[in-house]
Design a protein around this ligand. Structure first.
Ligand SMILES: C[S@@+](CC[C@H](N)C(=O)[O-])C[C@H]1O[C@@H](n2cnc3c(N)ncnc32)[C@H](O)[C@@H]1O
Length: 374
């Protein structure tokens, strides 16, 4: 099986594909820093640096298209029947490649907000485009904490399969067991699905779509992790003194309110007075990390570790996202934080890819390329 990785960043999808024995034959990103890390880790041979728009007609055949695409607003200028206009966006490039190359599968990843942005119009446009070009589309909200990582990171994965009738797919899908019998009956008969144009203000955490129609449900979360991992489990023992802000933080605490509670599994010790503005919180390590991002101020957030206060190291960022400690070692320290913050946890998309292709009869677990995920 051959994959391509669009918007490849530092290769979260690449690690997942390698671990399943899927060969990545083409990867692309426009960021020089991400390109350097990717090429250093995985080689230069199949890597193509630059704007995806410049490569649209030169992409090789593949079975699986993957990508964590940047979330850009769609234009409302061409709005018709409640849907928006995807023309000129990076999402449109994905649709173009799917239409040209017709891979059997795709697995895309994005932020949770995609389900509710602009009263659901954004996601409706995405579903309409993907389900209108021959794919049975399924989406699901996943959280890194359920994949053995110490981070509250909610992400929506959108997967597509060609040549699958909803009925045959849903009857073998593990999701069906999480639906009520009534929901399952609707899910496996597209005649009962709603038109995407009649979507509500936001989409539920799970759903399916085909040919402009969809069905969605509020199904329960689940955990793939054998045990829950806490932030304290992945800390470096004694990082360099440049990571410590103890004096400065004690001063900051004078203007903060004690909170001492867990929110979404994150231990919050103090908030700056006047509101719980992220970036002014001080965290504990008994819970999980808040969502890592590419925003610089977030990289300076303080954590109380032992009796001292410090920010997290880039190695800790790697561990929280499920990458090898030295994955971004070829980048400067301050560049490593946003690269990890932007990445997709390999374990999360590995689950989605494996499930998407699992009806092909290929035994991916026994593949010789099987690697241990960190
Ligand atoms: C959310 S990140 C994806 C991260 C990736 N999944 C990973 O694991 O590191 C989006 C990526 O899209 C890239 N990007 C943005 N505009 C692009 C364009 N026009 N062409 C190619 N890549 C682009 C960014 O540089 C960024 O690395």
């Amino acid at each position: 099986m051959k994959a391509i990785e669009l918007f490849s960043g530092i290769g979260g999808f690449r690690i997942a594909c390698d671990s399943l024995g899927i060969e990545t034959v083409w990867a692309n990103d426009i960021s020089p820093a991400a390109a350097k890390v990717y090429q250093q880790r995985f080689g230069e041979e199949n890597y193509h640096f630059g704007d995806i728009a410049d490569y649209l007609d030169n992409i090789p055949d593949h079975d699986l298209l993957t990508g964590g695409f940047p979330c850009q607003p769609f234009s409302s200028a061409g709005r018709k029947l409640g849907l928006e206009d995807a023309r000129g966006t990076l999402f449109e490039k994905i649709v173009h490649i799917l239409e040209q190359k017709k891979p059997k599968y795709f697995v895309l990843e994005n932020v949770k907000r995609l389900l509710s942005m602009d009263n659901g119009k954004h996601f409706a446009t995405i579903l309409d485009a993907l389900s209108g070009i021959g794919y049975l589309v399924e989406w699901r909200l996943l959280n890194a904490v359920n994949f053995g990582l110490p981070q509250y990171r909610e992400r929506v994965v959108i997967v597509g399969r060609r040549d699958h009738s909803p009925k045959s797919y849903l009857c073998t899908s593990s999701d069906i067991s999480e639906l009520t019998p009534h929901q399952a009956a609707i899910a496996s008969n597209t005649d009962h699905w709603k038109s995407i144009e009649d979507h509500g203000s936001k989409f539920h955490p799970w759903g399916v779509a085909l040919n402009g129609r969809f069905f969605h449900a509020k199904i329960e979360g689940f955990s793939e992790a054998e045990k829950s991992v806490k932030l304290k489990d992945v800390l470096e023992e004694r990082p360099d003194c440049s990571f410590y802000f103890t004096e400065d933080t004690l001063e900051r605490i004078k203007n903060s309110e004690e909170v001492n509670r867990f929110y979404n599994g994150v231990e919050i010790l103090y908030n700056q007075k006047g509101g719980a503005r992220m970036g002014y919180s001080i965290f504990g390590v008994e819970g999980v990390a808040p969502t890592l991002t590419c925003t610089t101020s977030r990289h300076y957030e303080r954590y109380k570790i032992g009796g001292e206060f410090r920010r997290l190291t880039a190695i800790e960022y790697a561990r929280i996202q499920g990458f090898p400690d030295d994955h971004c070692a070829s980048a400067r320290l301050y560049t490593q934080y946003p690269l990890y913050g932007n990445a997709v946890p390999p374990a999360l998309v590995r689950w989605a890819i494996k499930r998407t292709i699992s009806n092909t009869g290929t035994n991916f677990e026994s593949s010789s390329a099987q690697m241990e995920l960190v």
